[in-house]
Design a protein around this ligand. Structure first.
Ligand code: HEC
Ligand code: HEC
Length: 204
């Protein structure tokens, strides 16, 4: 869709690209990284309508991509492409990206700072959210919510998106499910979910 460059011009080639290996290669090579960042910046222009400039969303129901871990982003791209994670628009959008555009996109967004946003949440709710977070969520997402290559960054994520996503995991929804997240959320009440969303969206 967006243009054609270095590698994987055809659908067949795309299927054969080892994205994780290609990402490592790009990250280890300053020149390739610079190229990938350029490509990523251009791709991000198409995403800005919804995900905001530099991946800082201004819509509480649409996730930030800024500061997100490249390995996690690649995994979500794969899930959309395979239809395991469902969002009609995103599935189409992701399938239209060429491999080097995908690699560029994940390194570009991963390098963008997350802008802090003030949450209107009340302090009692935030305190409850902090307590819930420190009982469980930190084990995978890290004490500061920054995640890792394997686990999503959730610190500073949009509140409405957080609440919707956590509820989907809890319900084992068709749009999105994951065994680890199902186990981590099964005992949460709706009020717990709202408290977690209030706390996590304000983490920096
Ligand atoms: C028309 C609006 C729209 C546009 C344009 C758009 N997205 Fe999205 N995107 C969404 C929505 C809504 C979601 C959340 C889907 C859900 O609820 O699971 C999403 C989710 C994602 C996610 C998962 C984020 C996470 O935290 O798990 C990624 C990655 C993503 N989009 C990448 C992109 C890229 C790359 C582009 C540009 C090439 C793009 N999107 C363009 C609306 C959009
Ligand atoms: C045992 C590890 C583990 C624990 C504990 C855990 N998570 Fe997760 N979390 C994951 C994994 C794995 C994913 C990615 C799943 C996927 O691909 O959809 C994830 C994804 C998420 C996402 C989606 C991020 C995005 O950008 O779309 C949110 C939000 C989230 N977790 C919040 C939480 C909260 C809140 C808690 C505590 C109640 C928690 N997690 C506890 C492993 C964990």
């Amino acid at each position: 869709m967006l243009s054609s460059t270095a590698f994987g011009q055809t659908t067949k080639a795309r299927a054969e690209v080892d994205y994780a290996a290609r990402l490592k290669e790009v990250q280890a090579n300053p020149k390739q990284l610079e190229e990938a960042m350029k490509t990523g910046r251009r791709v991000a222009g198409f995403c800005a309508n919804c995900h905001g400039e530099g991946g800082n969303s201004t819509n509480p129901d649409i996730p930030n991509l800024a500061g997100q871990n490249p390995g996690y982003l690649l995994d979500q791209v794969r899930q959309f492409a395979e239809g395991r994670r469902k969002n009609e628009f995103m599935e189409g959008m992701i399938r239209a990206l060429k491999p080097e555009e995908t690699i560029g996109m994940v390194v570009f967004f991963g390098s963008q700072a997350v802008l802090p946003h003030r949450s209107g949440a009340n302090p009692a709710q935030v305190a409850k959210g902090r307590e819930l977070f420190s009982k469980n969520c930190f084990r995978c997402h890290g004490e500061n919510g920054l995640g890792s290559e394997r686990f999503a960054r959730i610190a500073g994520q949009q509140s409405g998106y957080l609440a919707k996503t956590i509820k989907r995991y809890r319900a084992g929804s068709v749009q999105r499910s994951d065994p680890l997240m199902a186990a981590a959320t099964s005992l949460l009440s709706d009020a717990d979910v709202e408290a977690l969303a209030a706390y996590v969206s304000g983490m920096e």
